[in-house]
Design a protein around this ligand. Sequence first.
Ligand SMILES: NC(=O)c1ccc[n+]([C@@H]2O[C@H](COP(=O)([O-])OP(=O)(O)OC[C@H]3O[C@@H](n4cnc5c(N)ncnc54)[C@H](O)[C@@H]3O)[C@@H](O)[C@H]2O)c1
Length: 379
Amino acid sequence: MSNETLIRVIDGNPDLSFLLSENKKLFVTDENIFGLKSLEGFFRKFSPVNTQDFSKTDISGNTRDTDNFIISGNTHAALYSFENNALVVIKAGEKYKTIDTVLAIVKAALAFSLTRKDFFTTIGGGVITDLTAFAASIYKRGARLEFVSTTLLGMCDAAIGGKTGCDFEDYKNITGTFYKAETLYIFPSFVKSLSEKEYISGLAEVLKTALLFDKKLFALLENEKDKVLSRDDKTIYKMISICSKAKAKIVKKDPTEKNIRMLLNLGHTFGHALESRAGLGVLTHGECVAWGTCRALDLSRSIGLCSDAYYERVKKVFASYGYETNKVHPKFTDSNAILETMKNDKKNSSSKIRVILQKGLCKNVIAEIEDEKLLSVLK
Ligand SMILES: NC(=O)c1ccc[n+]([C@@H]2O[C@H](COP(=O)([O-])OP(=O)(O)OC[C@H]3O[C@@H](n4cnc5c(N)ncnc54)[C@H](O)[C@@H]3O)[C@@H](O)[C@H]2O)c1
């Protein structure tokens, strides 16, 4: 595993042919990205691979009638190849961020006899990078890894910093490892094909980064909403550049989240609990982080850390992008259950719950808070 990820930002339409390898390589993508117009030429090179060695019946007894499927527990993935390059196409979305999918990727690597010197190469968003990096980290005790990130959320956050993982029994990212990609390729043009919902999801992590570290970025999000929402080229480039650099700087100082990296969890302890309780995949990661950040700032205000005016200002910006900012989220209204899930968050180290709070813009505080105070901003 390399120590630092080299980040390369590449303008223009994404042409991934330079990533094809003479050595063995496994590309991992999801079914939506496999259908993207901008990658048609690249994926067209690959042909289905007959996986007759693998069972075509999953544990629910469903059989597949095509020949290029790998079955792994409750999911399946399609296999393709082009010369020495293999491609596995997994099901899209948080619902499939499971250990079964991790093992489907491992199965694909085994089917092509990848060695630990060969690359796992992702083409996708945060779900694909988290899952594939987890698979690469456990495959033969660690294969090589590189990312092409295709979502705003991935480019600004998820693809940087080496956290890998999958969800388990309704808990977000509860299993995983630290394992960095050698290179991250960012093509900002991928942002253009994201659905509105996924674009807005990514913006939540951009807002989080701005609140934590960058007043100018916050001003841009507050005052130039039209440019942000119209996905103006320069604005997208600016957001990606600031956020990717900010995250890379923090994770370089604290790779395994012993201290300063914890700040990046602003909004996440509340947000992960909502994401799990609403049902994984029901709300986007960003929707939950946005709501969670408002809860963290409401808490900051309620214990006298920040002013009412600061909380109201931030809440107004989140609301202007359409995020839910009220105490009780309409998708999950049981505040006690949210608190219970927060207690199982892996970020806690004592009986109190650790959260990131703020005294004001870019003035961050790591705190451990009792249940009653947390509940007061949940109902
Ligand atoms: N490892 C970390 O440090 C870290 C940090 C933040 C978030 N995350 C994780 O990231 C995940 C969320 O990431 P995400 O929002 O990128 O999710 P995702 O990978 O599921 O992508 C969102 C959706 O957009 C589609 N998509 C991807 N690229 C596209 C494109 N260019 N055009 C059109 N559609 C496209 C995908 O198929 C998917 O349906 C969560 O699981 C979260 O836990 C990880």
